[in-house]
Design a protein around this ligand. Structure first.
Ligand SMILES: Cc1ncc(COP(=O)(O)O)c(C=O)c1O
Length: 424
């Protein structure tokens, strides 16, 4: 049974939403719950000392910081909180991961990457350059013959890239531009089967969940992946990133960056049953917020309710953008055009044809009117925006409207109302 999301309740948890401003740039960063704000203020007011010492305030501080490891464990669906590493951003975390893997990379090893957010490309490209490894791109291809921009990642484009030399496969679970949900479990299974058949001795799979985690439930164990990353500032909290490193990979693949790689208990030698351990993982904000969204008190149920509500939002938006009048006007969705639960409400488009319109000029109308935040750009997906067929100005990129579960159908109607004036 899928619960109906109580959107008013969800909205009431976010102080920023009380202003009535329409936040439609959530793929850039979501709003923050009051409980998260309260925890930060309380932490900085009462327990802001260096972690890991034995004096009481440091013990409390360490406990509070690492309560987030348990929170991230639950969000990832990981087996153990010691598989969680924090970093300032996902960009930094993937770079750290690539550095940590460096000693085990040989000349000629192959990395298959998606050309999306540079956070999940740059570190692998730089690692390849340092070690003489080879980069192969798994590119998105069109899903509709009528729209060359209707791009999505397809497993059939990936599997021919797998060889006996494949060492790393790094892809996004959802692109921050295209919005479709990639079937991580099926893809990983297929990659591992082909790699095994071709005799690849060691393949590790890394998944960028930054644009996925606000919308759908991660499940690193069922997905059978080695590394996964997301950023809390897209998931209703401030900017800090969590990296999942499968326990086996901690031992076999990832060496220490400098003095440690910071899984919780290993870094601070916290022992189950030791001082403070019972209260260690008590202070969290994102998981309790997500659990509060349905009476089931269960993350899967919350994400199902989120998916159902988001599908209504994306249906309304795509319904407008792909209607015959808009197609005739030159609007082309960048990404899959059909709404479904496999499509998060991150919707990008360009205006081409006889009366093309610059993305910048579309967004300018919104900014001049005020009250709604959307944006245009490459969104750091340099390879993707730089290879759009037919090309669009790389800097300007598409217009992007990105919604989450706290957005409403009324807000979507407001956005469409402005589009109607622009494209009249
Ligand atoms: C898909 C994707 N990956 C990675 C990142 C980078 O995350 P961070 O800003 O935490 O480095 C982003 C940020 O927008 C993103 O959307």
């Amino acid at each position: 049974m899928v619960h109906v999301l109580d959107v008013e309740f969800a909205r009431s948890q976010f102080p920023a939403l009380k202003s009535g401003f329409v936040f439609a740039d959530n793929a850039g960063g979501s709003q923050v719950t009051q409980s998260s704000i309260d925890l930060i203020v309380d932490y900085l007011s009462n327990t802001n000392v260096q972690l890991g010492a034995d004096y009481s305030v440091s013990v409390a501080s360490t406990q509070r910081v690492y309560s987030a490891a348990e929170e991230a464990r639950k969000l990832f669906g990981a087996a153990d909180k010691n598989e969680i590493v924090f970093g300032p951003s996902s960009t930094a975390n993937v770079e750290n991961l690539a550095r940590g893997l460096e000693a085990g990379i040989k000349e000629g090893d192959e990395f298959i990457i998606t050309g999306e957010h540079e956070a999940n490309c740059g570190p692998w490209k730089k690692l390849a350059a340092r070690r003489g490894a080879i980069i192969k791109y798994w590119h998105s291809t069109p899903t509709s013959p009528n729209n060359p921009y209707s791009l999505s990642l397809k497993v059939e484009d990936l599997l021919p890239l797998v060889s006996a030399k494949t060492r790393i496969v790094a892809f996004t679970a959802t692109s921050n531009l295209l919005g479709s949900v990639v079937p991580v479990q099926a893809i990983t299974k297929a990659v591992r089967a082909v790699a095994a058949a071709k005799g690849a001795p060691k393949v590790e799979v890394s998944v960028d969940c930054v644009a996925y985690a606000p919308h759908r439930r991660m499940d690193v164990q069922a997905w059978d992946i080695d590394f996964c990353v997301f950023s809390f500032y897209k998931v209703y909290a401030p900017h800090i990133s969590a990296l999942y490193v499968r326990a086996a990979a901690f031992d076999a693949s990832v060496s220490s960056l400098a003095h440690h790689f910071l899984p919780a208990d290993r870094a601070y030698k916290l022992q189950p049953g030791g001082p403070g351990y019972e209260t260690l993982y008590a202070t969290t904000s994102v998981v309790p917020y997500l659990l509060s969204l349905t009476p089931a008190n269960d993350l899967a149920a919350s994400f199902d309710a989120i998916a159902a509500h988001e599908t209504k939002l994306v249906s309304a938006l795509l319904g407008y953008l792909t209607a015959p009048e808009q197609v005739a006007r030159g609007l082309r969705v960048v990404g899959v055009e059909e709404p479904s639960t496999d499509r998060v409400p991150t919707v990008s488009f360009v205006v081409v044809g006889d009366r093309p319109m610059r993305s910048k000029d579309v967004v300018k109308v919104f900014d001049q009117r005020g009250g709604i935040g959307i944006r245009y750009g490459h969104f750091y997906a340099y390879t993707l925006t730089g290879t759009l067929p037919p090309p669009v100005d790389k800097e300007e990129g598409p217009v992007r409207v990105s919604l989450v579960h706290y957005n409403t159908l009324e807000e979507v109607e407001k956005i469409i109302g402005v589009f109607k004036e622009i494209f009249a």
